[in-house]
Design a protein around this ligand. Structure first.
Ligand code: 13P
Ligand code: SF4
Length: 304
């Protein structure tokens, strides 16, 4: 850590106490952000933490939909997103208007909404899911016809695990879509003992070659619990910092140097400090939308 970083961390630490703030950090964040976290996790764990916190301020080190989910669950807390432009291109691939049109075409389908979506879209949905619980959510609801939004690849993966009829929305994550099957075959040749873990946002032809398909925290648990010493990490490469820290004797191999989410990297120590100083940028959700979106998130949290 540079002297400048140490200075920034000291100032963040004194302000977070003063403000009674909690720092929630997604697994894809920069290493220096991992190091200042109160809690690091996947989307599901972070929304559970947000729902349970007694802090006055939540500093969300992740992307916009994650901070928005915290604001949906905790309207009486201040939710800060240190860079308001840290968005998720997949979440932008659907709007509430387009979803309403699709629902008219498919009046009998229940809408299952991946949390990587805006509050407006959640408000139009029946239930949310994350990568950690998508199959469980689909199994738990009574409906047999489902409109799965917005990730076509997670939706396709889920469709291979259920007999229910699933309609897909054509959204995708650009970071995971860059991962190719050849990335796994090439690395498996080089590291024949390695296990390949992939995120369900990957293309079906990548998922087919994987040893396990897991959410980001699912991958961290696998790394700790399995006897594998070499692991090919088929997701955004920021997670490797955590895996290596928790398993110093194991080898973690990034699946591709293209698996980087530029939005996740927008959060820096400087921006965390500024946001705590200025109590900005805040993420809020208009009350009528929040109430409807919360029903979809709450139902998911009851099932998990
Ligand atoms: P997880 O919920 O598995 O952490 O995934 C979040 C995400 O944005 C993956 O691209
Ligand atoms: Fe969105 Fe993909 Fe980045 Fe996750 S990794 S935040 S899905 S763009």
């Amino acid at each position: 850590m540079t002297d400048r970083d140490k200075e920034l961390v000291e100032q963040i630490n004194s302000l977070r106490k003063q403000r009674n703030a909690v720092l929630l950090v997604h697994n894809y964040q920069r290493s220096e952000i991992h190091d200042i976290a109160d809690f690091i996790g996947d989307s599901l764990e972070l929304s559970q933490k947000a729902a349970a916190t007694d802090a006055d301020v939540i500093v969300f080190c992740g992307v916009h939909f994650m901070a928005e989910t915290a604001a949906i669950l905790c309207p009486d807390r201040t939710v800060l997103l240190p860079d308001v432009d840290a968005g998720c291109p997949m979440a932008d691939m659907i709007t509430a208007d387009r979803l309403r049109e699709k629902k008219e075409e498919l009046p009998d389908a229940a809408v299952v909404c991946y949390v990587n979506s805006s509050a407006d879209v959640k408000a139009e949905s029946d239930i949310c899911c994350t990568s950690a619980n998508a199959v469980k959510v689909i199994d738990a609801i009574d409906d047999n016809e489902i409109l799965f939004i917005p990730d076509q690849y997670l939706g396709h993966y889920v469709s291979t695990k259920t007999d229910k009829r699933i309609h897909l929305w054509p959204g995708y994550c650009p970071t995971h879509a860059r991962i190719q099957p050849e990335d796994i075959t090439r690395l498996k040749e080089k590291y024949p003992e390695a296990r390949a873990l992939v995120h369900p946002e990957c293309r079906p032809e990548v998922i087919e070659l994987a040893d396990a398909v897991l959410s980001t925290s699912g991958m961290c648990r696998y790394a700790q619990e399995s006897d594998a010493n070499e692991i090919i990490v088929g997701t955004e490469s920021g997670i490797i910092y955590r895996m290596q820290k928790e398993n110093p004797d194991k080898t973690f191999i990034p699946i591709s140097d293209k698996a980087v989410c530029p939005n996740m990297k927008k959060i820096t120590l400087e921006k965390v400090l500024w946001s705590l100083k200025e109590m900005s940028p805040q993420v809020t959700v208009p009350e009528p939308i929040r109430i409807r979106a919360k029903q979809a998130v709450d139902w998911m949290l009851e099932i998990v």
